[in-house]
Design a protein around this ligand. Structure first.
Ligand code: A2R
Length: 319
């Protein structure tokens, strides 16, 4: 009798995911191998499935060792570290975890926006340090009636917009295509939108097509009263330009869950009290991460059962 199919785990998985995957697969964790290249060269030919995440992805250097690979199941909605078009061309289906994290990431965007505008971290420090006994904290910026622009009105972007409606009558968005049936104002040009708003919330995918969409021109159009909230990918914002603009006072504030070279964060940001910094935790609650894990293992199990998957990435939707 043939043994179980073999799966390569890139990165880490929860105990619940490991249990679920063990039903169909013998799981090999790449991070447990001392000599990863040597292990791949020796064992890669037996691997039919990969479980990975948006951070680790699946590099060409790994994939070249896996001639029998049929499926890559990615934990996270962003898959910019996987060349999905190349995988589709090789007959490898790539899946991700859209929708189950929409509400959580949208909540994180609102959390960052409120915390940044109302200087939550600075004022918390004001209490803890005892400075409150010497005097009140300086006033902050209201989130009521701001002009908010969303860069990327997709699944998550629309959830963010729905929440912003409570605070702001003026919501606009930029994406490559105008979204049918949406009442928010569409801008075909991002810089033009930036001129008309005071808060820019970024929630596009990463990758080459969106790299540095938020460049110096967009940052200067937002201006000294402007705020950038980024819960998409760090690469979407020209981070060096954003930091310099914050130093110069050409940009007012920033709330950031993602960074261009994360987990490395520019030192200058760490000393600013007009920025709020999070370690890429947009979807990182127990409940949402469990739902994401279940979708990762659900895609793998369904594929082993009948060759279909629940949530393919768009490049693999018609395989
Ligand atoms: O451009 P469109 O019309 O395809 O709209 C998509 C927009 N988008 C872009 N906007 C401007 N320039 C681009 N080069 C560009 N590429 C994509 O981003 C759409 O409105 C939005 C993405 O929406 P979804 O595909 O539904 O993604 P979801 O689930 O909202 O997640 C967004 C990203 C993930 O890829 C992760 O990087 C992060 O949030 O967690």
């Amino acid at each position: 009798m043939a043994g179980k199919a073999e799966l390569l785990l890139i990165g880490r998985a929860t105990a619940r995911m490991m249990d679920a995957m063990a039903a169909d697969f013998t799981v090999h964790a790449l991070l447990d191998q001392e000599d990863q290249q040597g292990w791949l060269a020796e064992n890669g030919a037996r691997i039919v499935a990969i479980a990975t995440d948006g951070h680790w992805g699946a590099s060409p250097e790994v994939l070249q060792h896996l001639p029998k690979l049929k499926i890559i199941s990615c934990y996270g909605v962003g898959y910019d570290n996987i060349d999905a078009a190349a995988c589709a061309a090789r007959g490898i289906v790539v899946t991700h975890t859209p929708d189950v994290l929409n509400a959580e990431v949208a909540n994180t965007a609102i959390l960052l926006w409120l915390a940044t505008s109302r200087r939550l971290i600075r004022d918390d420090a004001h209490v803890r340090s005892g400075n409150w006994e010497k005097g009140p904290a300086p006033l902050t910026q209201s989130v009521e009636n701001r002009k908010v622009g969303i860069l990327g009105l997709g699944r998550i972007g629309q959830e963010i917009a729905r929440r912003i409606e409570i605070f702001s009558p003026t919501i606009s968005y930029h994406s490559r295509n105008e979204k049918p049936g949406v009442s928010y104002r569409y801008y075909a040009d991002l810089t033009e939108m930036a001129r008309d708003i005071d808060t820019l919330i970024c929630i596009t995918p990463g990758g080459a097509a969106t790299r540095h969409l938020v460049d110096r021109g967009v940052i200067d159009a937002l201006g000294p009263e402007g705020t950038i909230i980024n819960v998409g990918r760090g690469t979407v914002v020209d981070e060096a330009e954003m930091v310099q603009a914050l130093i110069d006072g050409r940009l007012g504030a920033a709330g950031l869950d993602v960074f261009e070279h994360e987990p490395k964060v520019p030192k200058a940001l760490k000393g600013m009290d007009n920025v709020t910094l999070l370690p890429h935790v947009g979807s990182a609650t127990v409940q949402t991460r469990q739902a994401m894990g279940d979708l990762v293992t659900g895609n793998l199990a369904q594929f082993m059962r009948d060759g279909t998957v629940i949530s393919p990435v768009p490049e693999c939707a018609n395989m």
